[in-house]
Design a protein around this ligand. Structure first.
Ligand code: SF4
Ligand code: SF4
Length: 421
């Protein structure tokens, strides 16, 4: 057994009733010396509040992406983790594994890395952690031989992730897993080889509950929605009220609707669908009495991201509604994606996420560049001054439309009759 370093700070994470990764790593350290040294370096990081890893790129033959290379800045002290790389493996469709496939992955991880695997974190993929320069190539070769796909690092399309969708969730407005598989197959080249200014992520959620965290964690969130009316089963509404009481429905559904478009009268619920923003709140509370409409599709957003250049960004609305049922619908989405990638790749700065790019060039120019019409639903906040029109303050359009002077109405110049001649 390897001697473990003293880890008083990490040891505190073993307290409490929940499972601890520290306990698991200590157990693993009994057979893998690198894991003991990993704990030592991690303890130092906690203590000094400093990251001792230097990250870079390591290319596998035939791939440009798929490996996060990390080198320890404390390699003299912890030589076993001098190289501690991560191989990213694309998950199987639907996140369903045969036991044979899992054994295969575990064997490769055991043989070539520190024997630590992480499944489906925020990146979506499977991570094999702790390989060195040579063993990373060996792991890659073996994974490829056995039919696993590697991908999703650097300036490339990252491994897609989605919510469980209609496989198990009645809220879903489209086939999240089917579309994830389609986009993965369609863009497998972009997943393997980094060709973009920086990373690009899709995340797919079947409804606005956004269980895939798409809006704040992906460059192109695809959120399921509907454009007809919420389906109301009045018998079930009455049944819900008889169990929970009318006041409960008023307090938890009617008064919590963000646009106040629900009314309850005589045990019947009515919704003014023109004012519904499809937030899902009422459906989440009364999920058998209320359900999304039948005319379903996706809302496409653009530009969500975590930190780096200009901090965290929520995605902005790009296409309010697109049907996503047939192969043609999926192909139409793929064509839009290609237009966006072409425009972004052509004009973005190095390491500029698409959200930062839009922030720099303006949404008007971006829409022009990718061939989409502006839509009133893209407005983030209503204008504060009704005497000033947006169009006149907008930046010049991509292809040279002349800029107009702001049309600011000066009441003193116009005079009481509105005559400024
Ligand atoms: S995002 Fe919506 S459809 Fe997807 S799992 Fe969550 S509730 Fe269900
Ligand atoms: S989905 Fe949201 S906005 Fe629409 S009726 Fe329900 S609570 Fe109101």
């Amino acid at each position: 057994m390897t001697d473990l370093p003293d880890t008083p700070m990490l040891d505190q994470l073993e307290d409490g009733p929940w499972p601890s990764f520290v306990t698991d790593l200590k157990r693993l350290a009994e057979s893998k010396a690198a894991v003991g040294q990993l704990l030592g370096q991690l303890e130092r990081s906690y203590n000094k509040r400093w990251n001792y890893w230097t990250g870079t790129v390591l290319n596998l033959k035939g791939y440009g992406g798929g490996v996060l290379a990390r080198y320890s800045d404390l390699k003299d002290e912890f030589p076993e983790v001098a190289q501690f790389h991560t191989v990213r493996v694309i998950e199987p469709s639907g996140y369903v594994y045969s036991t044979e496939a899992l054994r295969e992955l575990c064997d490769i991880s055991e043989k070539h890395s520190a024997g630590i695997m992480q499944l489906h974190g925020m990146t979506g993929d499977i991570l094999l952690l702790g390989s060195g320069n040579e063993s990373t190539h060996a792991a890659g070769e073996e994974l490829m031989e056995k039919g696993w796909d590697i991908g999703g690092s650097g300036g490339a399309l990252r491994t897609l992730s989605c919510c469980i969708g209609p496989a198990r969730c009645e809220m879903s407005c489209y086939d999240t897993m089917g579309l994830t598989k389609f986009l993965t197959d369609k863009f497998i080249g972009e997943l393997h080889r980094p060709e973009f200014p920086y990373k690009f992520k899709f995340k797919l959620s079947g409804c606005a509950n956004d269980c895939a965290n798409a809006m704040m964690r992906s460059d192109m969130p695809l959120i399921g929605t509907w454009r007809d009316n919420i389906r109301i089963d009045q018998d079930r509404v009455a049944g819900f009220i008889s169990v929970k009481g009318e006041q409960y429905v008023i307090d938890n559904v009617v008064s919590r609707c963000p646009t106040r478009c629900i009314t309850l009268s005589g045990g019947r619920m009515e919704i003014d669908d023109d004012n519904c923003v499809h937030c899902m709140h009422c459906i989440n509370v009364m999920h058998s009495a209320l359900r999304p409409g039948d005319d379903r599709g996706v809302t496409i957003l653009i530009g969500g991201k975590r930190s780096l250049k200009i901090g965290d960004m929520f995605a902005s609305l790009l296409v309010p509604f697109m049907k996503m049922q047939t192969q043609e619908d999926w192909e139409e989405l793929a064509a839009l994606v290609r237009r966006i990638w072409e425009f972004w790749t052509e004009y973005a700065l190095e390491h500029e996420r698409v959200g930062e790019f839009i922030d720099r060039i303006s949404m008007t120019s971006f829409l022009d560049g990718v061939g989409l019409e502006p839509d009133p639903q893209m407005v983030i906040a209503p204008r504060a001054n009704s005497y000033i029109k947006f169009e006149e303050y907008s930046t010049p359009r991509m292809y040279g439309e002349p800029q107009k002077k702001p049309n600011v109405v000066d009441r003193e110049v116009i005079g009481p009759e509105g005559d400024d001649s």
